[in-house]
Design a protein around this ligand. Structure first.
Ligand SMILES: [Zn+2]
Ligand SMILES: [Zn+2]
Ligand SMILES: [Zn+2]
Length: 282
């Protein structure tokens, strides 16, 4: 029997979307999707040793993590590398997104959540401060049009406002941590005995007590030399020493931070994270 006309048509978006749940279950783990600074590493057009050396740990997409919480996968930030990161790590499900701040390298991959929305059939909740919501509504204005767009294909999201008060999300407690990032404030987050503090160059007085008793501190460290909005190696090591977590993992690194050479100089308990690294949630 010849195939009907309908069977020759290209599949619809709904048909091609992965069924919900295909991909890895990250239950009880935190996975580093990206560990690089805003331009990524290698840097386009750069011939330095880090960018051309071929160490896979020096291949850094933009900084983001995803956590396997009791009731689902929580993505922290939507980087411009989001699609590549989810495919690389075989993650097929995101149940909520939590935002640190509104910089391009942390937000502009939001359109890549579309297949996740097709699969779940419901809007993806975005937990963020007002500044981030404003940026998203501006940058992705097409997603908020009230007139239906022919063909659809829009990211479907809903905003959940957060501040510095702790809240429950996907079966876990999230404690926002106020951090300074140059001239403005961003959020880090504490999940149990892990704190995630990217894009910061100063920890305000009120936040230090919230970093007590950590097992793992994930901390911004851009490069060896000072920078107006990110911690340098010296500054990050000072913070690591004061927090005294069992383990400190550095993220948001530029090409000045060759993995092997920099690791050799770090004190015990401080390491460079790398894309694909997984740690247990504690
Ligand atoms: Zn950043
Ligand atoms: Zn380079
Ligand atoms: Zn930033």
């Amino acid at each position: 029997m010849p195939p009907s006309d309908a069977s020759r048509l290209p599949p619809t978006v709904e048909q091609t979307a992965a069924p919900r749940g295909v991909g890895r279950d990250l239950g009880g783990r935190l996975l580093f999707l990206g560990t690089g600074t805003s331009v990524g590493v290698p840097v386009v057009g750069c011939g330095c040793g880090t960018c051309t050396g071929g160490d896979p740990r020096d291949s850094r997409t933009r900084t983001s993590v995803i956590l396997g919480l009791p009731a689902g996968h929580l993505l922290v930030d939507t980087t411009p590398d989001l699609r590549t990161q989810l495919l690389r790590e075989r993650v097929g499900r995101v149940d909520a997104v939590l935002y640190t701040h509104d910089h391009v390298d942390h937000v502009y991959g939001l359109d890549d959540v579309r297949p996740l929305c097709y699969a779940s059939g419901k809007p993806l909740p975005l937990y963020c401060e007002e500044r981030v919501e404003r940026r998203i509504r501006k940058a992705f204005d097409y997603a908020f049009e009230t007139v239906p767009v022919p063909g659809g294909g829009l990211p479907k999201v809903e905003f959940q406002r957060i501040g510095t008060e702790p809240f429950d999300l996907l079966g876990a407690r999230v404690t926002p941590l106020r951090l300074r990032h140059g001239v403005f404030d961003v959020l880090g987050f504490r999940f149990g005995r892990i704190a995630y503090c990217t894009d910061t160059n100063a920890i305000p007085d009120e936040t230090w007590p919230q970093l007590a008793g950590l097992d793992t501190l994930v901390l911004d460290c851009l490069r060896p030399t000072p920078h107006p909005t990110h911690f340098s190696v010296r500054e990050a090591l000072d913070v690591a020493a004061r927090v005294a977590a069992r383990r400190t993992l550095l993220v948001h690194m530029g090409h000045e931070m060759a993995h092997a050479a920099t690791s050799a100089e770090l004190p015990p308990g401080v390491e460079l994270a790398y894309d694909g690294l997984e740690i247990p949630l504690t």
